[in-house]
Design a protein around this ligand. Structure first.
Ligand SMILES: Nc1nc2c(ncn2[C@@H]2O[C@H](COP(=O)(O)OP(=O)(O)OP(=O)(O)O)[C@@H](O)[C@H]2O)c(=O)[nH]1
Ligand SMILES: [Mg+2]
Length: 345
């Protein structure tokens, strides 16, 4: 289909038109593309791929290291928003790149990209991504508990803020355990925030939850107790996310947006994620999005992602995430949680 489109395109077009087409097709208009199509014709896929790899290697040796190093803040189907030096760039990916990279571009990826001297229709400067740098952490999405296929969604975040509410909806520690494993298996530090502590039925109710949190702390996990509506514990939470790239996790209604608004009143994640979508490219390939915090760091929201995947965790290796079960110090709920997760692997 691509070849057909290329043969039919007019011989000459202005730079502006070329870029428009690039955004429509998701392919930057340049010699790579033409070379790929014209030279290969109907030759074997294998040969074609090798040739692309060669072209890519030649580029990477000569120029790519010198290019600006930006960070992907949102991935749309046809382009990505890349943050660099205090400015956002609307970038396409070089066609060869999409074939060479093992995985697709995701939020948080650090990329070498070329800045073009044109602006997109919404006023952002444009660019072309040449290379995705190695990832330090990767958070993956799972479509179900038994998901075999991994879908990476966030790269290079340092921590995951797992938000649960004491009641409304009631906390399920087994699900918190699962999110802790998802974070750790992707290389992120889990942080547990128990919100809506104002909904405690009585002091015993709250005490029971505090004992659970104390157990997580004994496992080296930082915990918070908050009430987003009366700001209790919010300042402490702010200190934890300051200067970090934090992925938000937790079920609907637990108060993630409320907490973020409490620490950063000017940021409305729900509204923010909608307001930027009135132009083309509204079909996002992942719904993850990064937001800058005025006091340093960022939060990454992943609306619609119900479950994070347990990357590389097997029934055998699961015990590594349950040292308390292994050494016999785990309370009953942790032992049950371990067995439930094990059965799902
Ligand atoms: N009582 C009480 N209510 C809260 C607290 N935090 C949030 N809420 C309420 O809980 C509801 C859900 O809060 P949100 O912040 O929208 O929850 P969310 O986790 O962002 O939900 P999704 O965006 O659907 O994933 C809202 O009505 C909030 O006002 C709290 O600490 N105490
Ligand atoms: Mg929300």
């Amino acid at each position: 289909m691509m070849m057909f489109r290329l043969k039919k395109r007019p011989k000459k077009s202005s730079l502006d038109q070329d870029l428009t087409r690039a955004f429509q097709t998701g392919v930057p208009e340049d010699e790579d593309r033409i070379e790929t199509i014209e030279r290969f014709g109907n030759r074997s896929r294998h040969f074609k791929k090798n040739k692309i790899l060669k072209t890519y290697a030649a580029r990477s040796e000569t120029q790519i290291d010198q290019l600006p190093l930006g960070e992907v803040w949102q991935v749309h189907s046809l382009f990505a928003d890349v943050w660099y030096d205090g400015q956002m760039y609307r970038c396409t990916q070089r066609r060869t790149l999409t074939r060479v990279s093992e995985t697709q571009l995701i939020v948080g990826d650090r990329v070498r990209f070329e800045i073009l001297s044109v602006r997109s229709e919404n006023g952002l400067s444009e660019g072309v991504i040449e290379r995705i740098e190695p990832r330090s952490t990767v958070l993956v999405r799972a479509d179900s508990f038994q998901a075999r296929q991994v879908h990476p969604i966030v790269a290079n975040a340092q921590q995951m803020l797992i938000v649960a509410s004491l009641h409304l909806p009631e906390v399920k520690w087994g699900l918190v355990d699962r999110m802790v494993i998802a974070a750790r298996s992707g290389g992120l530090h889990p942080v547990i925030c128990l919100n809506k502590i104002d909904t405690a039925i009585d002091s015993e109710d709250l005490q029971t939850a505090r004992e659970v949190l104390a157990h997580y702390q004994s496992l080296g996990i930082r915990t918070h107790q908050t009430c987003a509506t009366n700001m209790k514990g919010v300042e402490e939470l702010k200190q934890t996310i300051r200067g970090q790239d934090t992925v938000l996790a937790g079920h609907s209604g637990v108060g993630k947006s409320s907490l973020i608004r409490a620490v950063e009143p000017s940021l409305d994640i729900r509204i923010g994620s909608i307001s930027d979508f009135h132009h083309k490219g509204k079909h996002t390939t992942t719904s993850a999005r990064k937001y800058r915090l005025s006091f340093g760091g960022s939060v990454i929201d992943t609306p619609g992602v119900k479950l994070f995947g347990l990357w590389g965790v097997t029934a055998e290796s699961l015990i590594d995430f349950f040292p308390d079960v292994q050494n016999g110090t785990a309370p009953q709920w942790r032992v049950e949680s371990y067995h439930r997760i094990r059965e799902s692997l």
